[in-house]
Design a protein around this ligand. Structure first.
Ligand code: CMC
Length: 429
């Protein structure tokens, strides 16, 4: 019989620690009782080797380049499903039947207009405000308009709240773009589905309705779908952590937006385009930039490359690269940045620095080129990621909240600061 404990030999004593095996055979040592038994904690700077929860939502095998939502391969969902169907799948754990999908779509339409009084919050932001600042503030502000949210997690109201959040994050995102460009706000239309409605709110004018190209809808819906969840990344872990304190859904996901903003996480899609533009402007074909990215003193990284978990091609990048070719062809756009990106990829994948460190293109490497082609300004790229990631955050919030055994997330630390300091009055310092 296989061992179901690990043995730890510490200070001459043997401690037995239970083993946990996941449904995909991932293995962990359960150290929950370690401190109580041994007075030691484990140390894992940056959590690279820490399982912070059990989850039934998303599975990643970073070595094999596998991503599955609720057991369904990302490739199959990308080909056959839609963002809204996948949102339902992630949050409620099964693919919706027709009645369930209709009910969910109707709720999304019903909840799409943000409270009229929130308009003046938008007007309070300077025109230079980054839309991620507006997005996180406004998602948090929504909870001020729905006091029932403050009762805490209530499964009876959760479907409505989840639909409200998925629907309104899209309206807030479009409004923040309009506001920061000094454009009049365009309200959603009940007749439009989720993704075309977003395109309408972004690009229509009060006097001139934007004609939506189906190739644009398809590409954007795919981007949302591919970003919908990615297990315990920085922003999702943030949402779970905030949610574990029983903060409301909107406050918890607003925190997720803040975590996503950083250039090492969701901000990388913006950083990729800025990098490609810099390379293009300098006349470099990418070679000089690759050399700089390898030099730790240069302050440069090959943005859109590398991943904490994937040590293989990110499966999302594979799908996005193909979609990028398709959408540029459909829109008859010839973007020199795509050529530079492909050149960089080929050069990096044959360079020992990137090969030895297993650095491959990630989801952000080609997504920005698609968004540029469909007219989304670069500062909105991370906002698009946030709209896509919302169902994943909601699913994780629900999982934390449904679990009766959830304790507040509270890691420990190893203190390395000074000890036994004596207070010195200010005039003696
Ligand atoms: N360019 C150059 N070198 C890199 C890169 C890169 N993009 N990524 C990692 N390295 C090097 C790193 O310097 C380290 O080298 P050494 O072993 O000599 O010290 C080695 O590769 C291992 O990297 P790491 O820093 O241990 O990787 P990490 O797991 O801490 O960080 C990462 C992962 C994604 C933050 C990092 O790869 C990175 O900064 N990539 C660029 C930013 C990016 O594209 N982020 C989007 C991630 S995917 C979307 C998302 O989840 O948000």
């Amino acid at each position: 019989m296989a061992n179901n404990t690990a043995k730890l030999d510490l200070d001459g004593k043997i401690y037995e620690l239970p083993l946990i095996v996941g449904s995909e055979n991932e293995k962990a040592i359960d150290i929950a009782s370690l401190r109580a038994q041994t007075n030691h904690i484990t140390f894992d700077d940056g959590y690279g080797n820490t399982g912070s929860c059990k989850s039934e939502i998303t599975f990643i095998d970073g070595d094999l380049g596998i991503l599955r939502y609720r057991g369904y391969p990302i490739e199959e969902l990308a080909e056959k499903s839609s963002f809204i169907e996948v949102s339902y799948l992630l949050i409620w754990g099964h693919l919706p039947n027709k009645a369930e999908l209709t009910e969910f779509s109707n709720l999304l339409s019903q909840e799409q207009t943000i409270h009229a009084n929130m308009k003046h919050h938008f007007e309070g932001f300077p025109s230079t405000a980054h839309p991620m600042a507006i997005l996180s503030s406004m998602i948090n502000a929504v909870s001020a308009y729905y006091p029932e949210l403050l009762e805490g997690y209530n499964p009876a109201h959760f479907k409505l709240q989840a639909a409200r959040l998925i629907s309104q994050v899209r309206s807030i995102a479009a409004f923040s773009y309009r506001q920061s460009h000094g454009l009049p706000i365009i309200y959603p239309k009940k007749s439009l589905k989720y993704t075309p409605n977003f395109i309408h709110m972004m690009f229509s004018e009060p006097y001139d309705e934007f004609v939506i190209d189906p190739a644009v809808t398809k590409a954007l819906d795919l981007i949302f779908l591919l970003h919908a969840d990615h297990e315990q990344n920085c922003s999702t872990s943030t949402v779970r952590m905030v949610g574990s304190s029983r903060a409301n859904l909107f406050a918890s996901t607003a925190a997720g937006v803040c975590a996503l903003w950083g250039p090492l996480h969701g901000g990388a899609n913006q950083a990729v385009i800025e990098m490609l533009l810099e390379i293009h402007a300098s006349g470099d074909d990418g070679r000089k930039f690759i050399e700089a990215a390898k030099d730790k003193n240069s302050g440069k990284k090959l943005m859109g490359f590398g991943h904490r978990v994937y040590k293989n091609y990110d499966p999302r990048a594979m799908i996005i690269k193909k979609a990028c070719d398709d959408v540029l062809k459909a829109l008859k756009i010839n973007d020199p940045l795509l050529d530079i990106a492909k050149h960089l990829e080929t050069a990096a994948l044959s360079d020992p620095y990137f090969v030895e460190r297993k650095l491959y293109p990630n989801v952000d490497f080609y997504s920005g080129i698609i968004m540029r082609a469909i007219g989304i300004p670069v500062e909105m790229f991370t906002v698009i990621f946030a709209i896509g990631r919302m169902p994943g955050w909601i699913a994780n919030y629900k999982e934390v909240s449904d679990n009766q055994g959830t304790r507040i997330y509270r890691p420990r630390q190893i203190y390395t600061g000074p000890i036994n300091q004596k207070y010195i009055p200010i005039d003696q310092r």
